[in-house]
Design a protein around this ligand. Sequence first.
Ligand SMILES: Nc1nc2c(ncn2[C@@H]2O[C@H](COP(=O)(O)OP(=O)(O)OP(=O)(O)O)[C@@H](O)[C@H]2O)c(=O)[nH]1
Ligand SMILES: [Mg+2]
Length: 365
Amino acid sequence: MLKCGIVGLPLSGKSTVFNVITRAGAEVKPYAGGKTEPNRALVSVPDKRFDKLVEIFKPKSEKPADVEFVDLAGLSKDAGKGAGLGNSFLSFVSESEALLHVVRVFKNSAVPHPENSINPLRDWRIVEAELIYRDLGVISNRLARLDEKLAKKKLTPAESAELSLLKELEAHLLDEKPLREFPLTDDQKRTLSGFAFLTLKPELVVLNLDDTQTGEVPETAELEAEMNKKGLKCVKVYGATEMELEQLDPDDREEFMKDLSITEPGRDRLIHEAYKLLGLISFFTSGTDEVRAWTLKDGSNAVDAAGTIHSDLARGFIRAQVVAYDDFIANNASIAQCREKGVLRLEGKEYIVKDGDMIEIRFNV
Ligand SMILES: Nc1nc2c(ncn2[C@@H]2O[C@H](COP(=O)(O)OP(=O)(O)OP(=O)(O)O)[C@@H](O)[C@H]2O)c(=O)[nH]1
Ligand SMILES: [Mg+2]
């Protein structure tokens, strides 16, 4: 299952954002320190299509796609060198497939700032530097091991290639550049996949604002321009306010959202952005027994989809019966009509699954 780790400086509002997303009610407090165990919660991916399918099929059970969010303790300066919670903390980050990087923009004088002023770009860079140090540490450990081996005997061709790649990456990181800015071939990506480098993980920058910071927010301009250059997406969230909104009933919530000119609740926005960030799509299996949404990497084929459901389905795969959700709805939610109209298709192994496909796997084991 997909896991997103929430990182950021102490007191930037990580637990608040975690609560916005998960409604888990994690502790939020105006002083740093104390708790070191991460908060974790599973979240169903909001999907109107899924809700509609449940309405149509009235299944005995329903299962939306879900994502796990992990809220970590604040990442202070020098964590990568072992200061503060240091490495134990960073190991939680490395198990995440994507990072939500919360940056404080809200002012609130009751909450101290570890750097004593509001400066989102500076704060983002401090955390980025920590992630870079951590990756450097991982590389130097591996290089030391390869060097040790080299002193005793010849390296295999694969090891030699890895050695020279890691040396290049080390130089790149020492230049204070994240690995996501290093051009890697697919082969090299495979070589590196086991290292769980933090600066290779897709990252979403979450700007945590006060509800007074609507419209143009001068404090965020510099950071947004820089992220734009780097190709990192920024999302604005009114952390404290949206956490409270999650506790209101839906009608009142709409009212408040209008006041803040937000169309989609922070929760849905963040989950959707995290999903997009990871290049994920959903496909559905549906019937009167169960309606279920499944998560798949964009570009996966029908056998991958089958394997997501069960390894037997991938092993014994014959064909996939596919209809796009929109076609299904346009044809009165009738499979018979979809078949007549030719929008119900039988697809083979190589078929690339599309977001919103409704799939039934034909298999034989
Ligand atoms: N005014 C305002 N206060 C906020 C906002 N987000 C968080 N806070 C306050 O800031 C304090 C810290 O919030 P947390 O969510 O606990 O921050 P954190 O990053 O999880 O903190 P640590 O886990 O200790 O590093 C709390 O008192 C929150 O109420 C916001 O958007 N606006
Ligand atoms: Mg916290």
